[in-house]
Design a protein around this ligand. Structure first.
Ligand SMILES: [Zn+2]
Length: 89
């Protein structure tokens, strides 16, 4: 009987944690990048993006990524670090 009660409590705790993290954004969800804005210093995973000192370098990288992924990429100057980043346009 005690085992049964412990099991119920454990399930309740797990369910609560899932509910809590889902409600308060503990996990990354699709669409996070839209909320961050397209001109962010960080990636969708929250890591800092590669920054280029020169616009030409970022544009060269954007062309490579566009060709590789088949998706148009654009460059933008970052407001946080003043370098150039490559992002989905
Ligand atoms: Zn930046």
């Amino acid at each position: 009987m005690v085992t049964f009660i412990v099991l119920i409590v454990a399930v309740a705790i797990v369910a609560f944690v899932f509910y809590w993290s889902g409600r308060y954004g503990g996990r990354a969800k699709p669409g996070t990048s839209l909320r961050r804005g397209p001109r962010s210093h960080t990636t969708a995973r929250g890591r800092p993006k590669v920054g280029y000192d020169r616009r030409e370098d970022a544009e060269a990288r954007a062309r490579v990524l566009s060709k590789r992924d088949g998706a148009p990429m654009s460059v933008y100057q970052c407001a946080d670090c003043a370098k150039w980043h490559v992002g989905h346009s």
